[in-house]
Write a protein that binds this ligand. Structure first.
Ligand code: HEC
Ligand code: HEC
Length: 459
C-alpha cells in the first residue's frame, strides 16, 4: 500500500476533476521535466515558479472575471487545444472587437533568450506583458479611458472573490491583491507551459547532436533539418529561429511581412518577435492558427515561399537582404521546400495539448471550489540519482542513496511502459522489452516521499 501511496499522490492529482483545486495536492509545476540541451531560462530570480504561484496563475488565466463584462479570459484567445494560440486570424475581445494582430502561441516562453513580449516586443518582460491585455481597450476592457474603469476596479472585484481571498495569501503571505502579484502569478503559469515531446526532441536526445542524421526522421525530414540549419544567406532559418528552442534572435529586424491590419495603407516594420516555431501544427496535422503578426499565412508552404523571395524594405533584417540591397531570391527547389515543411512538422509535441496542469480549472458554469484536501503529504521532487550508461542498449544502472525505490518509465507520449522496484545504492533495470527511443524515468523513494526524474535513451 505504501509503495503505491508515494506515486498515488502524483497520480491522484491528475484524477482531480475540473472545478476543484485541492491545496494539499497541487500540481507539480516546480519540477516539470525538460531536456538538458536548452540554453536559456528567463525566469527572474525574484519570481521562480512555485506550485502555489502557478496554480494561482492558472486560475487567473482561465477566469472570465478578468474581463469587464465577464465574457473572456486569457484562454479565450490562448487556447490549450491550439498550443495556447487561436485559429481565428484576429481574436474577439470582450465586446466583440477584433484584436489588431494575430494572437501568439504561448509555448516554451520560459526557454527563450528574448524575454520581451508581443510581436513588436513592447513589453520588456513576460511579467509586464501579462496585465496589458486586461488594460487593453478591446481585449478585456479595464483601460481607464473611453469610459472604461481602470485596473483598480478589477483588483477590487477580484479581492471580493473567495477563490482569491484564499489563493493570494497562500502564494504571497498577505491578502492584499495588487497588479504586481497578478503579474507574478500569471507569468509563473505561462513559464510553466512547455512542450518538449516532439519527434525532433526524440531524435535529438537519441543522436546527441543536432547536425547528425536523426534515426527517427525520414530522409525528407533530415534534409529539411539540414536546410534549416544553413546560414541565412543560403536560405537557412537557424540564425533567427535558433534550434533547439526555436526561439527568436533578440536582435532581429523585420522579416518582410509588413502589412498593418489596422491600417492597410501604411507598412508596419515593427514586428521583430516570433513565438517559438514549435507546435505551429497540432497533433492532428492542422495548423494551430494562421502565421505571422498579421495572420496572413495559412500554410507552412506559404511561409517557405515568402522566405524564398522577399521584397526589400528599409527595416528588413540584413540576413534577408540580397546583395546590393536588391530583393533576395533563394530559389529553393520544390523538393527543398517540401523538406523544410516536413522538418517544421516534426516540431509538434503532444502532451501540452491535453496536460491537466495547463487545463481550465473552472466548471462549465464558471464555478470553482478550493478545498484543503485530506492528505497533508506531498511528494517532493528532490531525489538525486544517476543513471548509466545513457544512452544504453539493454540495461540501465541506477546509483541511489541506500534505500528501496519504485521506478516507472514513461514513453514520450506519457504512457507507462515499465515499472519495477530497485534497491539502493546500486541496482539494474532490464530495458530489453522496450523499443528504441527516449523515455522519462521516474524514481520514487518508498519511505521518504521523494522522487526524481531523468530522460533516458535506448538505442
Ligand atoms: C482578445 C484576445 C486576447 C486576450 C483576451 C488575451 N490575449 Fe494575449 N495576446 C493576444 C494577441 C492578439 C497578442 C499579440 C498582440 C501584439 O503583439 O500586439 C497576444 C500576446 C500575448 C503574449 C505575448 C507572447 C509573446 O511571445 O510575446 C502573452 C504572454 C499573452 N498574450 C498573455 C496573455 C494573458 C496573460 C492574458 C490574460 C490576462 C491574455 N494574453 C489575454 C490576444 C489576447
Ligand atoms: C532574419 C531573421 C529571420 C530569418 C532568417 C527567418 N525568420 Fe522567420 N521570422 C522572423 C521574424 C522577425 C518573424 C516575425 C514576423 C512577423 O510576424 O511579422 C518571423 C516569423 C516566422 C514565422 C511565423 C511564426 C508564427 O508563430 O506565426 C514562421 C513560421 C517563420 N518565421 C519561419 C521561418 C523559416 C521556416 C525560416 C527559414 C526558411 C525563417 N523563418 C527565417 C525572422 C526570421
Amino acid at each position: 500500500m505504501r509503495k503505491l501511496y508515494v506515486f498515488g499522490v502524483l497520480v491522484m492529482s491528475f484524477l482531480l476533476t475540473a472545478g476543484t483545486i485541492d491545496l494539499a495536492n497541487l500540481f507539480d509545476y516546480e519540477q516539470l521535466p525538460f531536456p538538458n540541451y536548452l540554453r536559456f531560462d528567463n525566469t527572474p530570480a525574484n519570481n521562480p515558479i512555485t506550485n502555489e504561484g502557478a496554480t494561482l496563475g492558472r486560475v487567473l488565466f482561465y477566469d472570465k472575471a478578468l474581463s469587464l463584462n465577464h465574457t473572456v479570459s486569457c484562454a479565450s484567445c490562448h487556447q490549450q487545444v491550439f498550443a495556447f494560440g487561436d485559429t481565428a486570424r484576429f481574436s474577439i475581445g470582450f465586446d466583440g472587437e477584433r484584436t489588431r494582430k494575430h494572437s501568439m502561441r504561448l509555448i516554451n516562453m520560459r526557454y527563450a533568450e528574448d524575454e520581451r513580449a508581443f510581436w513588436d516586443e513592447r513589453a520588456a518582460t513576460i511579467e509586464l506583458q501579462t496585465t496589458q491585455p486586461i488594460q487593453d481597450h478591446g481585449e478585456m476592457g479595464f483601460s481607464g479611458s473611453g469610459g472604461q474603469p481602470t485596473i483598480d476596479s478589477l483588483i477590487s472585484r477580484l479581492s471580493s472573490l473567495e477563490r482569491y481571498r484564499i489563493l493570494f495569501p497562500l502564494v504571497f503571505g498577505d491578502s492584499t491583491l495588487t497588479e504586481l502579484k497578478m503579474q507574478r502569478a500569471l507569468s509563473q503559469f505561462i513559464r510553466s507551459i512547455q512542450s518538449f515531446d516532439s519527434r525532433f526532441d526524440e531524435g535529438l536526445i537519441e543522436a546527441g547532436n543536432i547536425a547528425a542524421q536523426f534515426s527517427n526522421f525520414t530522409q525528407a525530414e533530415n534534409n529539411g533539418k539540414r536546410l534549416f540549419l544553413q546560414p541565412a544567406g543560403l536560405g537557412g532559418c537557424q540564425n533567427c529561429h535558433s534550434a533547439p528552442a526555436f526561439d527568436i534572435d533578440p536582435l532581429v529586424h523585420n522579416n518582410g511581412v509588413t502589412s498593418n491590419p489596422s491600417n492597410p495603407t501604411v507598412q508596419d516594420l515593427s514586428n521583430v518577435r516570433s513565438p517559438t516555431l514549435r507546435d505551429m501544427i497540432g497533433p492532428n496535422g492542422e495548423l494551430n492558427g494562421p502565421l505571422m503578426h498579421d495572420g496572413s499565412m495559412t500554410s507552412l508552404m506559404e511561409v517557405i515561399n515568402h522566405y524564398d523571395s522577399i521584397p526589400s524594405n528599409i527595416g528588413l533584417d540584413e540576413r534577408l537582404r540580397g546583395e546590393n540591397q536588391e530583393d533576395r531570391v533563394i530559389g529553393y527547389s520544390n523538393t527543398q521546400k517540401r523538406n523544410l515543411v516536413a522538418f517544421l512538422e516534426t516540431l509538434t509535441g503532444s502532451n501540452v495539448y491535453t496536460e491537466p496542469v495547463y487545463s481550465d480549472p473552472f466548471e462549465p458554469d464558471g464555478s470553482i471550489t478550493i478545498v484543503e484536501g485530506t492528505s497533508q503529504t506531498r511528494a517532493s521532487s528532490n531525489l538525486r540519482f544517476e543513471v548509466y550508461p545513457n544512452p544504453t542498449v539493454d540495461y540501465l544502472s541506477l546509483s541511489l542513496p541506500r534505500e528501496e525505490y519504485h521506478v516507472r518509465i514513461y514513453s514520450q507520449q506519457g504512457q507507462l511502459v515499465l515499472e519495477q522496484n530497485v534497491q539502493g545504492p546500486l541496482d539494474r533495470i532490464d530495458l530489453k522489452a522496450l523499443s528504441k527511443g527516449a523515455y522519462m524515468l521516474e524514481v520514487g523513494s518508498i519511505n521518504e516521499f521523494a522522487f526524481g526524474r531523468s530522460w533516458v535513451v535506448k538505442r
